[in-house]
Ligand binder design. Structure first.
Ligand code: C2E
Ligand code: MG
Ligand code: MG
Ligand code: MG
Length: 284
């Protein structure tokens, strides 16, 4: 009987795996039409200055409003889009749309100082020969100054990067675009390698901030973050922390010298209006 139940369990697991593969296949084949039909949308999550809590900018996070499956997060479809190459037109759309949005905010809050827009780039986009030209074009058409754009690249995408891969990033950095190393600390970076990269921001992965959620915070995590912050600052890199969920965490990270933060404690990703009202609140 136990054996039979075990057998059923395996059948069930197989059926689930099949269902997942079918869904994956379905999602993959419907990606191009979804882009044409305008099923993607962007949520924005504020980045705040840890010093005074004011809004520093926002990260653009893409979602897919799928007609059958509802709203899908990027982890469900970015890997598929990356695999099929659709990430190139999708990423171009995200860049264009979020830069346009950032310029709209900027024009309405010109005295509030620069407002940054962070956009994620996947490895395929990094390798695309027209990355620099298209980014320049998007910025010029929107009127947003290059210094307001920050492109987030994961640490793993740059591991072992040769000069050919770094050249477009260097060109963008020379124009004033910030490059952030996303999910920092999850890869196997050679810290000395940081000097070679045209990066101006380290985004410390959520796994580090997790240890600060408990009270008292995990002393080892504190030490690691302290070390990364001092290294980053000595290389003149700014430090952003992701996944800040509590006030205690925010306080610890501020005390450790982190510059900016992002997380549910401040705001979940949301519609562009939300950022607009936060900026209005800052202005008073
Ligand atoms: P990421 O760039 O590291 O983005 C941060 C993720 O952490 C987001 O997940 C965000 O919603 C989530 N997050 C923010 N604050 C908190 C918090 O306090 N607690 C917790 N538990 N989570 C928090 P999301 O939106 O699901 O995005 C996942 C990943 O998908 C992103 O990770 C990014 O790598 C990728 N992605 C999103 N949009 C794009 C895009 O337009 N292009 C590309 N290539 N990748 C994208
Ligand atoms: Mg990111
Ligand atoms: Mg990140
Ligand atoms: Mg992350």
């Amino acid at each position: 009987r136990a054996k039979a139940a075990g057998g059923n369990r395996f059948q069930l697991a197989d059926a689930e795996a099949d269902a997942r593969a079918i869904t994956r296949h379905g999602l993959t084949t419907s990606l191009p039409a979804a882009l044409d039909r305008g099923e993607f949308f962007i949520e924005y999550q504020p980045l705040v200055h840890l010093g005074d809590g004011t809004v520093h900018g926002a990260e653009a996070l893409v979602r897919w409003c799928h007609p059958q499956h509802g709203v899908l997060g990027p982890d469900r479809f970015i890997p598929l889009a990356e695999h099929t190459g659709l990430i190139v037109p999708l990423g171009r759309w995200v860049l264009e749309e979020s830069v346009r949005q950032a310029n709209f905010w900027q024009e309405r809050h010109s005295d509030g100082g620069p407002l940054r827009i962070n956009v994620n780039l996947s490895p395929t986009q990094l390798h695309h020969p027209r990355l620099v030209a298209e980014t320049v074009d998007v910025l010029e058409r929107s009127g947003l100054e290059p210094g307001a754009l920050c492109l987030e690249v994961t640490e793993s995408a740059l591991i072992g990067a040769d000069d050919d891969l770094l050249k477009p990033l260097c060109q963008l950095a020379e124009m004033g675009v910030d490059i952030a190393l996303d999910d920092f600390g999850t890869g196997y970076s050679n810290l000395a390698n940081l000097r070679r990269l045209p990066v101006s921001v380290l985004k410390l992965d959520r796994s580090f901030t997790r240890g600060m959620q408990q009270h008292p915070a995990d002393p080892v995590d504190l030490k690691i973050v302290e070390g990364i912050v001092s290294l980053a600052h000595s290389l003149e890199l700014a430090v952003t922390v992701e996944g800040v969920e509590t006030g205690a965490q925010a306080e610890q990270l501020r005390a450790l010298g982190c510059d900016t933060a992002q997380g549910w404690y401040y705001a979940r990703p949301g519609a562009p209006d939300r950022i607009h009202s936060l900026l209005l609140a800052d202005a008073v």
